[in-house]
Design a protein around this ligand. Sequence first.
Ligand SMILES: [Fe+2]
Length: 200
Amino acid sequence: MKEMRLFYTPVWQTNVADNEAEWTALRAAMLERISALESAGHGVQRTNFGGWQSDDDLYKHREFGWLTQRIMALANQVAPQFSAKASFDDGILWANVNRRGDFNAMHTHPDAILSGCIYLKVDSAEQGAIQFLDAREGSPTSHWRCYTRLNDSTPLTEQAVTVAPREGDILFFPGWLRHWVTPNMTDQERVSVAFNIRMN
Ligand SMILES: [Fe+2]
């Protein structure tokens, strides 16, 4: 039978460190700037419980010029999936630093078409992993196990998908997709940069 995919939810992933010869230096400069901003007392309180979140204007710092360009270029690779005429040309980005016990509560990015994150400093999923939640309103999947007594899941029936972080990995997802970040269970800090992309 032919299968039609209705209202599917894409999440795009690549690793920007793999093909970037300067990654080590670029990463070090970004981490240094984030550390300096935290030390200087900048930051906001949003979805983070514990941890530290920077202001959302990281793109104004020269250390993030390279990353901003990469994010926009990658975003425009998927822009045609939103509209044949789409061209992303505006975005904001901010840093998240989660230490032991810190996590990010469930949220969406309501002021963005496309959102995402990149991992600058992380060694394992125990430091915190992003989990996406079923976006289908009215979906029966939350009752799936009750209906069937089956204790498995497939891409059609699963309620939550966890994506393990890896240094240099970048994820893009629609701003309306609910997600949260599990607690950091280690003594190693976890540093990521999140972003919102818009069209003018
Ligand atoms: Fe988020």
